[in-house]
Design a protein around this ligand. Structure first.
Ligand code: APR
Ligand code: ZN
Length: 380
């Protein structure tokens, strides 16, 4: 047992006091883990668009002051009552959506949408007692998606922690907590392209490039990147994307361009933009008879997906996925092993690395579109 077990820990955390304002590194108190909770020491964390989106709080319920962060790697410091599968010293990746192992979703082989621990972006407290574990001089600071990794210590429900190989470098595998697993799983678990097939990837941000990495691993021979930002094309070559289409270069819809390039349509397409028109194009560009399109991006709340039913009747399949269909506790340790065996490359996603004290730079890089992943070192 760590000497800190059962006690309040004082440590540094980056607090978002208000929407859109730079984070402030503060000394916070982190309460001990309660039943089914685990307190972890975060060693590395990285910034994802979801943090930025809720930090900007445009149109969503603002929950402040709050500690953001959900992609990270850490070490268990202490465990609460009832936690049997984790012990101090274990290496873990927190995940924003959990796996209770007990609900209908967790018991289904097909679903990873746990009833108990499914992502909740409005909730700023632990599900056990409805309280926050973070405070400053006794005043609560709220959690974000049950992870709040922009803190040297955080408290997470045991169901939102994947126990991983202790030899895995946390400064690399931390990116598997969210975006990279989402794109990778969309391809490997849902689109499942056959060796030698054609795959179109819409949106070449970190998620789309992870989907491309999945296509490379699956042995697809044509990986066609579709993006309205041609700056993304150069980088995408490193991810096995071998053909590029900018919809803005054509008068006709991009689905027609793709159909012409591929003799009737691609075998698989994966949409990683969040743009509704791209979603429709991604569906309509797959080959009739066997094509499968997978939607990954998070659309605008008022978006409506519109296509002629004939496109479906002609034996095209539309699927959607959440966190790449991975069950966090059951499946993520094996994704880490894919990296350990060099099947999966993660280094190429990491474009920046900064100390915790400079965390606001990570937001600047992402907002400018300069970074895929910026790793933040928590211990200096
Ligand atoms: N057609 C093609 N590409 C598009 C379109 C479009 N209509 N609209 C946007 N894009 C491209 C952007 O130019 C950008 O390169 O999609 C890419 C999205 O990349 P990022 O913004 O870096 O986002 P990323 O982190 O990869 O996440 C992608 O998944 O998790 C969700 O909310 C997230 O919806 C977002 C998506
Ligand atoms: Zn569950």
């Amino acid at each position: 047992m760590a000497s800190t077990a059962g006690k309040v820990i004082k440590c540094r955390a980056a607090v978002a006091w208000e929407a859109g304002k730079p984070l402030v590194i503060e000394e916070v108190e982190v309460a001990p883990p309660q039943a089914m909770e685990v307190r972890i020491k975060i060693l590395f964390t990285s910034l994802c668009h979801t943090d930025v989106y809720f930090w900007e709080a445009k149109g969503q319920k603002p929950v402040f002051p709050r500690i953001f962060g959900h992609e990270a790697g850490g070490i268990v410091e202490s465990v609460g009552e009832g936690v049997t599968e984790l012990a101090p010293g274990d290496h873990v990746l927190p995940v924003f959506t959990g796996e209770c192992k007990d609900c209908a979703h967790c018991k289904s082989e097909e679903s990873n949408m746990c009833t108990l621990l499914r992502i909740n972006t409005d909730r700023g407290v632990m599900i056990g007692d409805g309280q926050s574990r973070f405070s400053i001089h006794g005043k609560p600071i709220y959690h974000f998606v049950g992870t709040s990794t922009f803190s040297e210590y955080t408290v997470v429900h045991v169901g939102c922690l994947a126990k991983i190989n202790p030899n895995a470098p946390l400064d690399k595998v931390c990116v598997l907590s969210c975006g990279i697993s989402t794109g990778l799983g969309a391809t490997l678990n849902v689109a499942k392209p056959a060796k030698g097939s054609s795959v179109a990837i819409f949106g070449l941000g970190a998620v789309g490039l992870a989907a491309a990495e999945g296509a490379r691993i699956a042995g697809a021979s044509r990986i066609i990147g579709v993006d309205v930002n041609p700056r993304r094309f150069l980088e995408a070559k490193k991810f096995g994307v071998n053909e590029f289409v900018n919809p803005k270069d054509y008068q006709k819809p991009v689905q027609e361009v793709l159909a012409e390039m591929t003799d009737g349509g691609v075998d698989r397409s994966i949409e990683c933009t969040g743009n509704i028109d791209a979603m429709i194009s991604a569906f309509e560009c797959v080959h009739d008879g066997w094509g499968v399109a997978v939607l990954v991006g998070v659309p605008h709340k008022d978006a409506v997906f519109k296509t002629h039913p004939m496109n479906v009747l002609n034996e095209r399949t539309l699927k959607g996925t959440f966190f790449g269909n991975y069950k966090p506790r059951s499946d993520i340790p094996a994704v880490v092993e894919k990296y350990m065996s060099k099947e999966l490359e993660l280094e190429k996603f990491i474009t920046h690395e900064i100390p915790f004290s400079e965390i606001n730079k990570a937001f600047e890089y992402m907002l400018k579109g300069d970074s895929l992943r910026c790793i933040i070192r928590m211990q200096e």
